[in-house]
Ligand binder design. Structure first.
Ligand SMILES: Cc1cc2nc3c(=O)[nH]c(=O)nc-3n(C[C@H](O)[C@H](O)[C@H](O)COP(=O)(O)O)c2cc1C
Length: 221
């Protein structure tokens, strides 16, 4: 799955993992990544077509700058001792920042709070209390779509959340609007070959998470 071969979307949904050990290379040119994100914004659904999700792509120096900045913010917030502390076999926050910075790029997912307010103002009364939740759902769809699509390119990704600690700095450095609230940071790059991944565990058996009523199941004979 991690060669540059193209794989189907459904195979990629099975192959997608949280890949945190990533290299600063890409199997596809930057234009393909930009096209993917543009296509995501054009095609992922939103409630009442409200289109409240915003995305910024940080590549190369810009990507590295984000993780230096995030490290600086965290160090300032928690102090040197906690920043460098390891928890058992878990890497320290400092080591995590270095790992993220060594990947290829980061995709930032935002909610446009002004657009959500407008959506809410214009929504029919019975839906007004649903608008924030629907914006969150649509934002998550954008995230998942890109995560799986990256896998089809042979790229790996993980989802990180250093918002809202870094929001103001990020908005300022990259000139993003004040009304954008950062929701997730997707770090991506070429998976380090052989990097261990935790086994996929069904914490709750799928039978307990799925109810099917009325399906005609073919017995396959
Ligand atoms: C909404 C959401 C938030 C997550 N937040 C983080 C995060 O902040 N840091 C991280 O390393 N992984 C994060 N993850 C990844 C999950 O831990 C991971 O998807 C889950 O353990 C299943 O593993 P898999 O992605 O390899 O299938 C998040 C996933 C989701 C869906």
């Amino acid at each position: 799955m991690h060669s540059s071969e193209t794989v189907s979307f459904s195979a990629a949904t099975r192959a997608r993992r949280s890949r945190r050990a990533l290299k600063a290379t890409s199997s596809v040119p930057d234009s393909v990544i930009v096209d993917l994100v543009e296509s995501t914004l054009l095609n992922v659904p939103s409630a009442f077509n409200s289109q409240t999700t915003r995305i910024s792509i940080l590549l190369h120096d810009n990507h590295r700058k984000l993780w230096t900045l995030t490290g600086d913010v965290l160090l300032n917030e928690i102090g040197e001792k906690l920043y460098t502390a390891r928890n058992g076999h878990m890497p320290s926050t400092k080591e995590k920042m270095a790992t993220f910075g060594n990947a290829y790029g980061t995709i930032l997912f935002w909610d446009d709070l002004a657009a959500i307010k407008q959506f809410k103002d214009e929504a029919p009364g019975i839906y007004k209390d649903k608008c924030e939740e629907w914006a969150t759902q649509s934002n998550g769809m954008h995230q998942y779509h890109i995560w799986v699509a990256l896998e089809t390119f042979g790229l790996g990704a993980s989802l990180q959340h250093y918002n809202p600690l870094v929001d103001e700095h990020v908005r300022k450095i990259w000139g993003q609007p004040a009304e954008w609230a950062l929701r997730a940071q997707m770090v991506f790059g070429t998976p380090v070959p052989g990097a261990p991944l935790p086994e996929k565990i069904q914490k709750v058996p799928v039978e307990k998470r799925l109810n099917v009523f009325g399906a005609i199941i073919e017995n396959g004979t």
